[in-house]
Write a protein that binds this ligand. Structure first.
Ligand SMILES: [Zn+2]
Length: 270
């Protein structure tokens, strides 16, 4: 068991007053897993969602523990900042949580909401979301490989989160699960040796098609050295066949400054 965790971000408590419909004040005796959600409301921020929950606390029994956007992580039902309480984020009637973990999500899982869209910076919000999921795994001694599940997986007839919110940030659910494991290892100090970068000399020229991050290494955990806008022309000197697979595409290019960018964010310059 790791003994420490790197605290990269603050977690701000702003609790829903209870007892109320959204916050009953019932303790969770043992946190067994995490449920990854998104708000389903593009452009709404963490503070806006929490304010709405607080204002409507006596109207409906629906809630979650944490809201994450590009600016902050707010906890509105205690999970990390006080002994964990139950929140109402998955229907009791769905069977999948019981099949997977032997318990209803509302009784034993922490629900984490990803805020996306509008003016929310997707890269920054995603980093915080990944980090807080890893942090929850550490604090509750969960396995980041097995103990996180998406809401859509528990309630496939009604829900698509967090797949929709992540897609809005150019990311997949599978990517999220991998990134949480990597973040967990990094923040607990577990050294993971990356495979050697497999480059082949190949020169070419491309045009950027999305907001493109140029990084020190061919993976999304490496430092960003430059952010390029769509339409920017860019030369490369080598092709990397085994970079981090994004949307199942592991090909990255090495630029003339020995930095890297993902091939899916560019098109060939004719
Ligand atoms: Zn949800």
């Amino acid at each position: 068991m790791p003994t420490g965790f790197k605290n990269k971000y603050a977690i701000t408590p702003n609790y829903i007053p209870g007892p109320s419909k959204r916050r009953a004040g019932l303790p969770i005796s043992k946190v067994r897993f995490l449920v990854a959600h998104d708000t389903g409301n593009p452009g709404s921020t963490a503070s806006q969602n929490v304010r709405y929950y607080i204002n409507s606390r006596n109207e409906i029994s629906a809630s979650a523990h944490l809201f994450v956007d590009d600016k902050e992580i707010i906890e509105c039902v205690p999970a990390l900042t006080a002994p964990p309480e139950k929140a109402w984020h998955v229907l009791y009637g769905v069977p999948k949580d019981n099949e997977l973990y032997g318990v209803n999500a509302n009784d034993a899982a922490i629900g984490v909401e990803y805020c996306y869209g509008g003016t929310i910076d997707a890269d920054k919000a995603y980093q915080k979301y990944v980090w807080v999921l890893a942090k929850l795994c550490f604090e509750f001694e969960l396995d980041p490989e097995k103990d996180i599940v998406g809401h859509f997986f528990l309630d496939p007839k009604r829900k698509t989160d967090p797949v929709t919110g992540l897609a809005n940030s150019r990311r997949t659910y599978e990517q999220l699960l991998r990134d949480v494991v990597a973040e967990f290892n990094e923040c607990t100090g577990v050294a993971v040796v990356p495979p050697p970068v497999n480059t082949a000399a190949q020169a070419g020229s491309v045009i950027v098609t999305v907001k493109l991050n140029v990084r020190k290494q061919p993976n999304t955990r490496a430092d960003i050295v430059q952010v390029l806008s769509p339409g920017t022309a860019l030369n490369f000197v080598a092709r990397v066949g085994n970079g981090q697979a994004i949307n199942n595409n592991p090909v990255w290019y090495k630029d003339t400054n020995d930095n890297y960018f993902w091939s899916g964010g560019v098109k060939q310059n004719q």
